[in-house]
Ligand binder design. Structure first.
Ligand code: QNM
Ligand code: MN
Length: 246
């Protein structure tokens, strides 16, 4: 639960898209963070989980940045040990992941239109990255405190879908701790099964993944703001760097 933020919202299959979008707009506008529980419902959530487990078993995940030896000392300092793979959802055996992605697209794009004069947080959302499927293999794997988009690369909303059945933070760790800018209070979000999380990707929401002691899966999408993205691509061109394809 959030000390200064909304309690996460328990979705119900009868919820209309309007109600959900309204909730997203309200929480993002007021807190910059929004949590929706029971996002797909147990059955479809399990189908997404099975597709991710199958992908993991097939070995297509690549190590994040496993270790970077710390020159000052001999032992290799593990800076993050996540395993990731990028998918667009059209791959074989990704039917349910594809449905999840289009469900999130639906909500984000409609919420963006519904918000006052077609903007949510003054953004005009016109695209997103591929889906990043991430696995923390347990044994203390973690992700240091960071900002997803510190330098205006165009990403405005981070959307994370968690897949972890029976996740107990006391036993398994893996808590997402968000440090919202401008307050000394934190938002602790457990990566529990069928939970959907949205937050502004910029410096308003530094966050960390605390050490995980069980295998921890999540699927992340980053949504682009049209103007910021266009500006970022222009800057890349001027600096002669190919604008990233994502
Ligand atoms: C694996 N992983 C991440 O888990 C997060 C992240 O913030 N995750 C939050 C979470 O899983 O709750 C990231 O932001 C991230 C960024 C680039 C590459 C990999 C990344
Ligand atoms: Mn992040």
């Amino acid at each position: 639960p959030f000390s200064h933020m909304p309690n996460s919202y328990y979705m119900d299959p009868s919820d209309s898209c309007y109600e959900i979008c309204h909730r997203v707009i309200r929480d993002m506008t007021q807190y910059g963070v929004c949590v929706l529980n029971n996002f797909l419902g147990r059955e479809r959530g399990l189908m997404v989980l099975n597709e991710v487990l199958e992908m993991y078993r097939s070995g297509i995940f690549t190590a994040g940045q496993l270790v970077r030896s710390n020159s000052a000392t001999t032992e290799a300092q593990t800076i993050r040990s996540d395993l990731i793979t990028w998918i667009d959802g059209k791959e074989p055996n990704c039917t349910y992941i594809r449905q999840l992605i289009s469900q999130v697209d639906n909500i984000i794009l409609r919420a963006n239109k519904m918000a006052n004069n077609g903007k949510m947080g003054d953004y005009v959302i016109n695209g997103r990255t591929k889906a990043m499927v991430a696995c923390y293999p347990g044994s203390g794997s973690h992700y240091v405190k960071h900002v997803d988009n510190p330098n205006k690369d165009g990403r405005c909303i981070t959307a994370i879908y968690y897949l972890n059945l029976d996740w107990d933070v006391k036993r398994c760790g893996g808590l997402l701790r968000v440090f919202p800018e401008g307050t000394n209070q934190v938002a602790d979000i457990a990566p529990i099964f069928d939970r959907m999380l949205f937050f502004w990707s910029d410096r308003r929401n530094p966050h960390e993944v605390q050490p995980a002691y069980s295998t921890r899966y999540a699927i992340t999408l980053w949504y682009f703001d049209a103007h910021e993205r266009e500006e970022a691509r222009r800057n890349f061109k001027e600096r002669g760097q190919p604008s990233s394809s994502k």
